[in-house]
Design a protein around this ligand. Structure first.
Ligand code: SF4
Length: 601
């Protein structure tokens, strides 16, 4: 069996948060944030490897900062101390490895210098330390100190250098935001603390993923917070403990999720469908050109979150490589909206989540739990949509739907559950046409006569529903992949070759909230009309103009914010899909005891 060698940077993350260490070092899950990107930039500058020993070096471009300039200058005199960038050291004995940003070597003396993009820790002087009493109101002046994580990382580097035969008299941390070089004393305490953290990290790695920190100020600054969902998971986890009569170890106020997520505004989600257009990338722009090479759209690459290409839209290989690098998934859909392929960036994927998915959904009682949760939420949302929009809904229909919710909650098998879901769908689509307003009676009447039919859709409403469900499936596949889940293995939907069964499961509660709602509002507001459809032997389909109008309504719906009934914060529907995909992953890993999906009132 391969012996695990731990990166020192990963062990240092353990000092920040054991769960962060577990995600990044044990599971390999990483999410770039603006902070980590700035950090990567600082390291990129520092991490250019030095030339091999003995090879003549030429002066490199110097930075604006004198400290950096000194360290980057080429060294030609063999008797002068050498500065080595990106020195890789590994210890079999300690099972650690590190790439040292910069090491100043003079004979058998070595001094490591670690770079950080941020600021050092500023602590306050204690009350018995001198302050400037010339000030009218003496202020406590901040003293810069290394962060504990940085100290651990430097301590491990010292151990590696010592094992390689060097004497390490001192070590430095360079904080780029303040252009400050801090000296760290190399003593037994530094070595002891680093070794203690290494041992703690090894113990953490041997177990399962640690629970999130509770109401902790470290979380809002953590790059992994959108994946970790500390407050949401603690809320589910600790509320359940309290309900079971086990006293939670935290104050009830600590359980109210802070709105940490999402950390930034929604990015751009682009759907391209015009025949013959080409997608390319130039610099930081995504450029869409027509058949004649004329620019039709120019989008900032940094804001692009997903791209969907319908029909015969072309994309260059170079652009695909850039999208993969930026973690932008690209969905290829047929002109009818069916997902045919997906360029899935080889991003950070947790094998632990996938293994848990296979293990858990193989157990009938667990598969039933997930299937029940999505079905109950779906029927409840169908009922709400009818009650909100139907001009004259018979009270019997509402009570029958409520009964279906209650029966689904108690279903003992997935087959029984499918039966309740089918009964509810029959009631729902019987009254579906009643949600269309005066002016679209003709279109509504045709749907009423046909009922819900998919292959082929015989009328405009069926056509829009089918297309909207296809687009939603694509969104669910993306959300599941971001949560490290395999879309092909589901619970309510049977796994079949090529079928995104779990995506279809996740989609259930959102069908009425997003797709059905888009159909109802697009016709009622006149954004889709009879003229946007063509009737062929293969059924009723939207024209190019029809699809353009559809995407306008669909895009607005995905960006509509809705309040989460449990977490009590607002998120767009697209982010809600991602949130629930991640909560499924947390449930599969046993981090949260129960599953509940979004329902609206
Ligand atoms: S969000 Fe908080 S609990 Fe989660 S990994 Fe980051 S610091 Fe740890």
């Amino acid at each position: 069996m391969d012996k695990v060698v731990w990166p020192c940077r990963g062990v240092a993350e353990h000092a920040y948060c054991p769960r962060l260490f577990y995600y990044m070092t044990v599971e390999g899950v990483f999410l770039p944030s603006s902070d980590t990107e700035k950090g990567a930039f600082v390291h990129k500058r520092v991490d250019r490897p030095s030339t091999a020993p003995g090879e003549p070096t030429k002066p490199t471009k110097t930075s604006d900062h004198p400290a950096v300039e000194k360290l980057e200058k080429g060294e030609t005199d063999p008797d002068r101390p050498r500065s080595i960038r990106s020195l890789v050291l590994t210890s079999e004995r300690l099972s650690i490895t590190a790439t040292l940003d910069l090491t100043e070597i003079d004979g058998d003396r070595a001094v490591p210098v670690e770079y950080r993009k941020g600021r050092p820790k500023h602590s306050r002087l204690s009350s018995n330390e001198p302050v400037d009493d010339m000030l009218e109101e003496p202020r406590l002046l901040p003293l810069p100190k290394p962060w504990p994580t940085d100290r651990v990382q430097l301590g491990l580097q010292v151990l590696l250098l010592e094992e390689a035969g060097y004497t390490v008299p001192e070590a430095y941390l360079y904080y780029a935001a303040e252009k400050l070089k801090l000296r760290v004393v190399v003593d037994d305490a530094l070595r002891r603390d680093a070794l203690a953290e290494l041992e703690a990290a090894k113990r953490t790695a041997a177990g399962s993923r640690p629970a999130p920190l509770v109401n902790d100020p470290r979380c809002p600054r953590c790059s992994l917070q959108p994946i970790c969902l500390p407050d949401e998971i603690n809320h589910q986890r600790l509320t359940a403990l309290t309900v079971d009569g086990v006293a939670a170890a935290v104050n009830a106020d600590d359980l109210t999720p802070r709105k940490l997520w999402p950390p930034r505004d929604d990015g751009i989600h682009v759907v391209l469908q015009r025949e013959g257009v080409k997608v390319g990338v130039r610099g930081q722009s995504v450029r869409v050109t027509d058949k004649d090479g004329q620019l039709v759209r120019d989008l900032p690459l940094a804001n692009l979150e997903s791209l969907a290409l319908l029909g015969s839209v072309q994309v260059s290989t170079q652009a695909l490589v850039v999208f993969a690098d930026q973690q932008v998934p690209v969905a290829f859909l047929s002109a009818a909206g069916r997902l045919t392929a997906m360029m899935d960036p080889m991003g950070p994927t947790s094998a632990a989540v996938r293994a848990a998915q296979v293990r858990t959904l193989d157990r009938p009682e667990k598969a039933l739990e997930l299937a029940r949760a999505v079905t109950v939420a779906k029927i409840a949302n169908q009922r709400t949509l009818l009650m909100r929009n139907h001009a004259d809904l018979p009270s019997r229909a509402a009570s029958d739907m409520q009964e279906a919710v209650e029966s689904a909650t108690k279903a003992a098998t997935i087959d029984e559950l499918r039966g309740h879901e089918g009964n509810a769908a029959a009631i729902y689509f019987t009254h579906f046409a009643g949600m269309f307003k005066v002016g679209v009676e003709e279109i509504a009447k045709r749907f009423d006569a046909n009922g819900r039919k998919r292959r082929p859709p015989p009328d405009p409403i069926n056509s829009v529903l089918s297309f909207a469900y296809s687009m939603l499936t694509n969104e669910c596949v993306v959300a599941l992949r971001l949560a490290s889940l395999e879309p092909g293995i589901g619970a309510l939907h049977v796994t079949r070759p090529g079928r995104p069964a779990l995506a279809l499961d996740l989609m259930e509660p959102f069908r009425p909230l997003i797709a059905d709602s888009v159909a109802v509002s697009a016709f009622n507001r006149g954004e889709l009309t009879e003229g946007h459809f063509i009737h062929t032997a293969s059924g009723c389909a939207m024209t190019d103009y029809g699809r353009k109008a559809f995407f306008g309504v669909y895009g607005r719906r995905m960006e509509t914010e809705v309040t989460h009934p449990v977490f009590d914060y607002r998120l767009s529907y697209r982010r809600m899909l991602m949130l629930h995909a991640r909560l499924i992953a947390a449930w599969l890993l046993g981090e949260v005891p129960t599953l509940a999906f979004l329902t609206t009132r």
